[in-house]
Every structure is written in structure tokens, then in C-alpha cells.
Design a protein around this ligand. Structure first.
Ligand SMILES: *Cc1c(COP(=O)(O)O)cnc(C)c1O
Length: 376
């Protein structure tokens, strides 16, 4: 059986976790946590990074940092994971879902502009499959209308847009270290803060609304409740696991990219014959091989192909059900503008098995079965 995903484990994680255990410091911001933060700040070039229990938690922090509340509107794609919207719905904001572009499944900058009202506070972009949104247009819109930009870069570690790391272009960026992502520690995430003025507040929000971080650094002699916040720290054992993955980021990247390229080469002919469509990687983007997806003609064909692959022990999966069609999406948000692509394109999309350590034979096996399916 070829599974859809296998969590990436390089083999050296258990040693680091054991070290964390014997260090006697198991809560957040221990030595491994600091190392990982340092890696993120240096490698990605951001003002400040904080490790969080998940990307979901980091998104919740951005919803607090952008001061959105009841009556405010936040614009985002409908084609995304629930956490992107949920974080802002939790603050009482109303979600304005807009369309994506079919080539990348990323938010359409023109649809954003049409959805802006006097109540708009923030734009949340999602870099789908680790391929960047059109950040120049989006940042210039944000400047024109004085809006915050949050980048949900959950899938985007090691990807860039015009040489800049994803998550470091908007005011805030969020990363996921969930086991389904390229770099993982079971559950984990990071908040990237690019706005200098927000760093101090972000630390307070992360420490349950207290200035405990300043206290630990010896900057104040006691810590007190300063703001709203929650427990948004990553445990040191997870940070230890993560630090090994970050130290091997290049090697993990290369292996995934190889597999991605095997798919791309192997399926090219079916695209030329117009049976399927392959993902578009715009020139400004370096991606991280987070995902390999294909698009077929329609929903019925997708069901048939997925079933055919399953019968051959290949686990290929669909992806997001557009949020504006979901029960909570209808309650907390509304789709704004014309929906040209979100639902129809999401119904054509199939993600193929791709993980650290997938063998060339396995990729070829998947490719051959897709070819066979279209020969029938
Ligand atoms: C995975 C993912 C999340 C959630 O990440 P967690 O770390 O599991 O909370 C949010 N947004 C997107 C786009 C994702 O792919």
C-alpha cells in the first residue's frame, strides 16, 4: 500500500527529545525552543519568531494582534483549511470569502479589492501547496486601504516569493509543524512577526496575557496580567524534535523536491494530451514540494480515479470543501463577488502520495496507474 502521507522522521529526533527530558526544562522556550526560534529568525529573516502549539494557535494570535472584533471584516479565500477562518470567527469578526485563481488555487488579488469595504481590517492569504500568492499586488492593496496582511504559510516553510521567505512579507505569518507538513513535530507551529511594534505584544499574548517573558529575561521584577492571551507555547519536547528537522531542512527539501519532480515529469504527457492539469508555479515563486496535485475534468471523474487508485492500494485524496459552503462558513462568513473557480476547481483536485522517503518506484507506480486509468 502507498499511503498518502508518512510523517517525516530523520532518525535523530529521539536523541534530541531524550536530551530535552534530561535537561529538566520541559515547558516552552527552553534551549531547543530557542534554537528553533533562532533558526527561523535567521533563516527566514523575520523580526521575531515564536513557537506555538500549532499553526491554528498562531492564527488565533494574529487575530488578537490585528485587533479584529465584532463588526470588522476579514477577507480570505474560501478554499482553505478551517483554522484560517476559525481564528477570526472566534474574535467575532465576519469573514468575507473570495475566489481563487485556478492555476495556483491561491487568492485572487482582484477579488480582494472588490471585497474591501470601510469595515475591512485584514486580508488573510493562504500559500496553497507552498506556492506563494501574488504578494506584491496584495501588499500594495493593503497599503492603499490601510489593512493588515496575515500570511497563512502553514504549508510554506522553505518556499520563497521573489527571494523572500513566505510568512515574512505580510505583517504576520504562520507556519505549521503538524505531521502532515514538510517539517513536523507531531503538533506544532510558529508565528512570524514582521512588524517591529507588535513583537512585545505577541510575547504577552503567547504567555497567557502576561509579561512573563520580560520577567524571565530579568527586565521586570514580577509579572502580571497585561492583555488578553492564552497558552500559546510549544513544549520543549516538541521543540527538540522540531530542531532536528530544521537542522536537516535542506536534506528534507531535496528529497521532497525529487519526488515532486518525478511526478511532474511522469505526468507531463497526460497534461499535453489534455487529460489532466498540473499545478502552475509562477516565475516569482520557489516552492517547497509540499504537495503534488493533479486536476481532472470533473467531480465524477475524480471519484472514479480515486476509487481506481484505492483498488490498487494507492491513497490519493481530495482537499478542502470550500468554507463558504460549510455549516460554520455559512454562519460566520459570506462569499463576496463572483465564484468562478473555488467550488468547480476544488472538485477536480486530487492530491497524490508525497512524503519524505517516498521511493522513485512508488512514484512511478502511482504515475503508471494514472496513465492506465486514462488508457481505458
Ligand atoms: C495545516 C494547515 C493549518 C493548520 O495547521 P495546524 O498546525 O494543524 O494547526 C492551517 N492552515 C493551513 C493552510 C494548513 O495547511
Amino acid at each position: 500500500m502507498i499511503p498518502f502521507n508518512k510523517p517525516c522522521v530523520t532518525g535523530k529526533e529521539s536523541v534530541a527529545v531524550q536530551q530535552a527530558i534530561t535537561s529538566g526544562k520541559l515547558s516552552g522556550n527552553g534551549a531547543f525552543g530557542k534554537n528553533s526560534v533562532h533558526w527561523l529568525e535567521e533563516r527566514l529573516d523575520c523580526e521575531k519568531a515564536l513557537l506555538t502549539p500549532s499553526c491554528t494557535a498562531a492564527l488565533e494570535m494574529t487575530a488578537i494582534l490585528t485587533n479584529v472584533g465584532p463588526g470588522d471584516e476579514v477577507i480570505m479565500p474560501s478554499y482553505t483549511f478551517v483554522s484560517t477562518a476559525n481564528a477570526f470567527a472566534l474574535r467575532g469578526a465576519s469573514i468575507r470569502f473570495v475566489d481563487v485563481l485556478p492555476g495556483t488555487m491561491n487568492i485572487d488579488p482582484e477579488a480582494i479589492e472588490k471585497a474591501i469595504t470601510t469595515r475591512t481590517k485584514a486580508i488573510v492569504v493562504v500559500h496553497y501547496a507552498g506556492v506563494s500568492c501574488e504578494m506584491d499586488s496584495i501588499m500594495s492593496l493593503a497599503e492603499d486601504y490601510n489593512l493588515f496582511v496575515v500570511e497563512d504559510a502553514a504549508q510554506g516553510l522553505m518556499s520563497t516569493y521573489k527571494g523572500r521567505a513566505l510568512g515574512t512579507i505580510g505583517h504576520f505569518g504562520t507556519i505549521s509543524f503538524h505531521e502532515t507538513k514538510n517539517y513536523q513535530c507531531g503538533e506544532g507551529g510558529a508565528l512570524l512577526i514582521n512588524d517591529k511594534n507588535a513583537c512585545k505584544r505577541a510575547e504577552i499574548i503567547q504567555e497567557k496575557g502576561t509579561n512573563r517573558s520580560q520577567f524571565i529575561r530579568g527586565e521586570v521584577d514580577k509579572y502580571t496580567w497585561r492583555d488578553v492571551g492564552s497558552s500559546y507555547l510549544l513544549s520543549e519536547m516538541n521543540a527538540a524534535f522540531l530542531s532536528v528537522q530544521l537542522d536537516n531542512a535542506e536534506g528534507i527539501y531535496e528529497k521532497r523536491m525529487k519526488a515532486w519532480t518525478w511526478y511532474k515529469t511522469g505526468l507531463q504527457q497526460l497534461e499535453t494530451q489534455r487529460f489532466i492539469t498540473l499545478p502552475e508555479i509562477p516565475n516569482d515563486c520557489r516552492h517547497n514540494a509540499h504537495m503534488f496535485y493533479i486536476k481532472v475534468q470533473n467531480l465524477a471523474e475524480r471519484s472514479k480515479l480515486m476509487e481506481y487508485l484505492k483498488q490498487n492500494n494507492i491513497m490519493a485524496v481530495s482537499h478542502y470543501v470550500p468554507l463558504h459552503t460549510s455549516q460554520a462558513g455559512l454562519k460566520y462568513g459570506v462569499f463576496v463577488g463572483e465564484e468562478l473557480y473555488t467550488t468547480p476547481e476544488s472538485e477536480k483536485l486530487i492530491r497524490l502520495p508525497l512524503y519524505y522517503g517516498i521511493e522513485k518506484e512508488e512514484v512511478n507506480h502511482v504515475v503508471n496507474h494514472i496513465q492506465k486509468f486514462y488508457q481505458q
